[in-house]
Write a protein that binds this ligand. Sequence first.
Ligand code: BG6
Length: 457
Amino acid sequence: MIKFPNDFLWGAAASAPQTEGHSSRNGKSATTWDKWFELAPEKFNDNQGPENTSNTYEMFVEDVVNMRKIGMNSYRTSISWARLLPDGQNLNDEAVNFYRTYFQTMIDNGIEPIINLFHFDMPWWLMEKGGWENRESVDDFAYYAQVAFEQFGDLVHRWTTFNEPTVHIECGYLYGYHYPAVVDLRRAIQVGYHTLMAHVMAVQKFHQVNVDGQIGIILNVLPAYSRSDDAKDLGAKAISDLLSSRSFLDPVVLGHVPNELVKLLKRNELLPEINDNDKQLIIDNTVDFVGINYYQPRRVQAPKNPNFPAKMPSDWFESYDWPDKRVNPYRGWEIYPPALYDIAIMMRDEYGNIPWYVSENGMGVADEERFIDDTGMINDQYRIDFMKEHLEQLHRGIEAGSNCFGYHMWTFVDCWSWLNGYRNRYGFYRLDLNNNYKRTVKKSGLWFQQITQNNGF
Ligand code: BG6
C-alpha cells in the first residue's frame, strides 16, 4: 500500500474560461477567445467556442456535489478577469456574487477552493492596447489581483497568479495557437517579462492586502532529457530547461532571473526592456508555494542549422524522436512517469524544498465515447493506469524528502479547451453535450474516490 502524507490535497483543476460558459452574459466582457471565435470560428475544433463550455455558471452546485462524491478535498479553478472587472476598473457585482456563492458552496462541502487569476484569458479591452506587450498590463493585472484578494480573501486561502505563463507566451507569440498569433521571438520575450512582473506585482498586492493565506503560481514544467552526453546536446538540454522551467521558477522562488538566461538573451540581442527597480521587486516578492503541471517530458538535441542571433527557440534546441518513447495514442503526447520523480528531486535540491503540488497531470483522449461499456460508463482504464504510474513516481519523490502537498488531475468534468474545443477529454466525469451538459462519472472517478478514501492505493 502506498500512503501519502496526512492532509494531502486530492483534487482536480480547471479554469473559468473552460468551464463557466455564459461567456458573453451576466456582465462579462469579451476576452481574446470570444473575439477570436467571432473572427475565425473555423479555427476552433468543430466550431465550438467559449460561450457554452460546461455551463458551470449554472451547474456549480451539482458540480460541487459530484466533487464530494469522488472524495475530492480541493479544487483549482480561476476567476475570469473580464467577468470580475469588465472594463478593468468597475466591479461587476453579479460576478462577485457568483464567485462568492461558488467558493462558499465548495467550502460547505469540504472542498478547498484554490483560486488562480489568469488562465490564458486576456480581456479584450487590454488586448486592444497591446496586451502583455504593453507595460501598463503589469499595473492592470496588479489592480485586478488586489480586487480579487479584497473580494474573496476571506474565503480563499491558497491563491495563484498565473497558469502556465510560458503557454500564453509561446502560443500567442511563437506558434499561432493563441491570439494574436504573432511569430516574433523578441516580442515573445517582452511578453514573458511583463508576465513575470505582473506576477511579482500581484504578489506584492497580496502582502499589502494582508490576505490570510498563501500565494503561488502554476508552472508547466517540461523536463528536458538530452539525446546524448555530447556537450552540444547537453547545452541544448540546458537551454530548454532555462526557457521552459527556470525562466519562471528561478525568479518566483529564488528571487532572480537566471544569469545564464540573461547572458543567452544578451548574446542574441534579445534582452527585454526593463524598469530600474524591477530587480528589487523580484527579490522582495517570492512565492509561498508552487503548482507544477506535468504532462510530458521534452527530448532534445543540438539544432543542426541554428540561426544566430536566434529567431526561434528551435535555434537553441530541437526535439528528437526517442526510440523508447511510450505515447498516449489518443493525444500523441509522450508518457514518461519517472519525470515526476525527477521534478520532485529538482524541487527539493534546486528550489530550497519549497512546498509544491502537482497542479495538473492528465491524459487526453479523443473520441472517448468509444470506451463506453455495457453499463453506460466510460471505462477509462488507461487513465487509471496513467495516474497510478505517476502517483508511484510522485510517492518515491516524497519518500526521498520532496515537499509535495497534493495531486490534482486535469480535469474534473470534460471541458472545452481553446482551439481544440472538446476534442480531447480529460475528466473524471463525462460531459454529454447532446444531453443538457449531463455529467456521468467515469471509471477513473470511482478509482480516484478509493484513493482519496485511503489516502493512497
Ligand atoms: C493544460 C492547460 O496544459 O492542458 C489546459 O492548462 C488545457 O488549459 C490542457 O486544457 C489540455 O490541453 P489539450 O490541448 O489537450 O486540450
